[in-house]
Design a protein around this ligand. Structure first.
Ligand code: GRF
Length: 211
């Protein structure tokens, strides 16, 4: 992707609380995000993330599986809606499902994962499960990873990571809070690096397959 003379247009996909969306909007409002949240799609209805989008005046829509023949059709409808908003980049923000990346017409798709991939990634490794696994394995550090989304959970090329220490008295909750604080810097910073042409999410990108 080459540098653009307009803010990068982000299509945000989420499933729940929308803390990641909230943070991106916070950076946007402060003028520190070289991008604009252009639309927000959810695979679940009536979640807080959609409410945050609505309050911010960002077009939003939900694409529940029950309203479509199958996941591929649902993902196609969601992708068409996102593409209709002329997005440059798709950003997963707590999106808790596999995604048919082929439906997004080659747009780069980013995710942020709350661990140092490839450690503690893959199916079932989400939310508190990740932090419980880090503590159970006695890891001395954890962190977060921004990566490209391909056909497998938490599998695409890692673009950026932020390390945090694991403390001896950590609980899954205290570790999750420290990691999320790092995410709130790493995700917008990585988007900014893409927006200013410093980081090319297209180069060496794995071909999207049915996720
Ligand atoms: C974080 O754990 C992040 O790493 C993962 O989703 C969680 C945030 O979800 N991708 P949300 O923004 O609070 O819904």
């Amino acid at each position: 992707m080459s540098p653009v003379d307009r803010p990068l247009r982000l299509g945000v996909l989420l499933s729940g609380t929308g803390r990641t969306l909230e943070n991106l909007l916070h950076w946007q409002d402060n003028g520190t995000l070289a991008a604009r949240v252009t639309c927000v799609a959810s695979n679940r209805g009536a979640v807080r993330g959609l409410q945050i989008a609505e309050e911010a005046g960002v077009p939003s829509s939900s694409f529940r599986l029950s309203a479509h023949a199958d996941r591929v059709q649902r993902d196609r409808a969601m992708a068409d809606w996102v593409l209709g908003h002329d997005c440059d980049l798709v950003v997963l923000a707590g999106y808790l499902a596999l995604l048919d990346t082929t439906a997004f017409a080659g747009l780069p798709i980013l995710n942020i994962h709350p661990a140092l991939l490839p450690r503690h990634g893959g199916e079932g490794c989400w939310g508190h499960h990740v932090h419980e696994a880090v503590l159970a394995d006695g890891d001395e550090e954890s962190g977060c990873s921004v990566h490209l989304v391909d056909g497998e959970f938490d599998h695409g090329r890692v673009l950026a990571q932020w390390r945090v220490p694991v403390l001896s008295d950590d609980t899954p909750d205290s570790l999750a809070a420290r990691v999320f604080e790092a995410e709130c810097e790493l995700y917008p910073e990585t988007i900014n690096r893409i927006a200013n042409g410093e980081l090319d999410p297209g180069a060496g990108r794995a071909e999207g397959t049915d996720a």
